[in-house]
Write a protein that binds this ligand. Sequence first.
Ligand SMILES: NC(=O)c1ccc[n+]([C@@H]2O[C@H](COP(=O)([O-])OP(=O)(O)OC[C@H]3O[C@@H](n4cnc5c(N)ncnc54)[C@H](O)[C@@H]3O)[C@@H](O)[C@H]2O)c1
Length: 371
Amino acid sequence: MRSQQHQDRVAVVGYGYWGSKHVRVLSSMPGVAVTVVDANPDRLAEAAAHHPMATLATCLDDVLDDIDAVIVATPPGAHAAVARQALEAAKHVLVEKPLTTSVWDAELLVEAAARRRVHLMVGHTFEYNAAVWKLRELVRSGALGRVLYVDTARLSLGRYQSDVNVIWDLAPHDISIVSYILDEMPSSTAVWAHCNISSQHADVAYLRLDFERAKVPAYVHVSWLTPNKTRQVTVVGERKMAVYDDLSDNERIRVYDIGVDVDAIDDPTAAHALPVSYRTGDITSPYIAFKEPLLVQDEHFLDCIRTGARPDTPGERGLEIVRVLEATNELQGAARDLAGALHDPSGLAPEAGRPVLGMRRRLPNPPQIAS
Ligand SMILES: NC(=O)c1ccc[n+]([C@@H]2O[C@H](COP(=O)([O-])OP(=O)(O)OC[C@H]3O[C@@H](n4cnc5c(N)ncnc54)[C@H](O)[C@@H]3O)[C@@H](O)[C@H]2O)c1
């Protein structure tokens, strides 16, 4: 039985843009003692100014004996090493998306968590977002009719990351959202990506994800180099269409009762009736009781620690998504070689900045998501 004074001691490693939000939500939760770990003393000074009650450290090693759990909010390249250190010390771990930057590392983390009998959870925040729950309900209830395709756009100017490309930075959200609402992992993917500014990392990319069981393609557009900020998921159904706009305060989901008379198009005798007629009806916005998704996610992590329940987004879920991301790396490499062969008679791979062509790859054994 826990005493009234019991506190769960959670260290957040990385007090940057996103880690500072974790520290804010954890600090608002009763029964949680927060430690902030950041290698940069300036970041720790900032943390001290906003959270005078928090314990501070420049290195996880220094505080490992005094904590129960770790949230990893460093840049993605450091996720695996920090998470592994915490898991091997038998601490529960929540890792920000993407879980790791390779399938190999993700598998090691899943294995370490199982061996040490602790929770490994991944921060796919949108799976804790009430608007995404509503979108999933609309798809699953059949309210939109058969889903024809999904389109997502996650665009803005920046924030350029130093250790991953735009696909690894932003597409984990879209792969997570689309596979969550369709209840299926993609069976194949194709990618078109381009390095406009840095020669190292693509900053604009388009993915196509194919969902075999649902027979639905999803088109994912991610960009760090677009003038207007956009965060949208559009689900086009045969009967209705739904748009989830994450930037809207009070109309996150809009359902459009509009469409095209598909039967008329497919009927050969009606071919001369083109242009087809369109159905137009109401645009409605369902009420959504919205709570900050990061707070919902971190509360769930604490609940799992307290009750032993399995997280809704366990390490295996992070691994599934890293598999898709890693396939896009291989495709970009293959596409670059192909571009070299097309542009350069010598067949050498082209220098950075040349167009990268799209390639399609089947994903191995698409695992199903446990609901
Ligand atoms: N779930 C979401 O919606 C969401 C949104 C934004 C970012 N993220 C994720 O959060 C993570 C952090 O992103 P960010 O934009 O806050 O990065 P950031 O660069 O702003 O901050 C990273 C911080 O980590 C510190 N750091 C780096 N390596 C360290 C180490 N080994 N030990 C201790 N401190 C270390 C740096 O000093 C820095 O303060 C990334 O994985 C990113 O993908 C998730």
